[in-house]
Design a protein. Structure first.
Length: 196
């Protein structure tokens, strides 16, 4: 069986309705991938604003992530520079406890490997949040997010774990000042090197 072209694969993803019955606002898969992307951001799932606009990371979390990375919107939203591939491609709905439900598990198992086959130029993969870290880092499965991020230098080459950049990370960052003094400079240097 032939491997579909990237445009065909993206078309198939955007038409996906596998978990339609579980999505309160219906399916709207959101992903950004280009063949020449040098940085891959594996996040959780689109938030409500991203769902409404169709633009990934289109909220304050995205602004914070871009600040952490040291990139502007033009670079971030250029699919031939930065690929944006969440663990769940559709907005999973709001949780009764605050925040959003976890990403739907179907997306990663159906689409991630197929998309990664089209991303030969990726030099740096950012694993944003626990779901991405558990999927892509073997050592992260039993560790806390703080332990995984604190030990970022132990991650395999080309992988960098990050907390989710939501408003909740403000408190986490105050408790973990090493994030700003040690990891953020490393992150910015790695992104700059990957993007050339």
């Amino acid at each position: 069986m032939m491997t579909p072209t990237l445009p065909d694969l993206l078309h198939d993803i955007r038409a996906c309705a596998v978990c339609k019955a579980s999505l309160p606002l219906g399916p709207r898969p959101i992903v950004q991938v280009g063949r020449l992307a040098r940085v891959l951001v594996v996040g959780q799932a689109p938030g409500r604003r991203a769902h409404e606009s169709g633009l990934p990371w289109n909220d304050s979390s995205g602004a914070r992530l871009r600040e952490w990375m040291g990139v502007d919107e033009a670079r971030f939203y250029d699919p031939d520079r930065v690929a944006l591939m969440p663990m769940g491609f559709c907005y999973p709905g709001a949780s009764e406890r605050g925040g959003d439900h976890p990403p739907r598990p179907e997306c990663a198992s159906i689409w991630h490997e197929r998309l990664r086959r089209h991303m030969d130029e990726v030099r740096l993969t950012l694993l944003v949040g626990r779901y991405a870290q558990k999927a892509y880092l073997r050592d992260a499965s039993g560790a806390t997010l703080t332990d995984t991020v604190r030990n970022f230098e132990r991650a395999p080459p080309g992988l960098l774990p990050l907390p989710h950049p939501s408003w909740r990370s403000t408190v986490w960052m105050r408790r973990n000042p090493w994030f700003e003094t040690k990891l953020l400079p490393t992150l910015r240097a790695a992104v700059a090197a990957a993007l050339g």
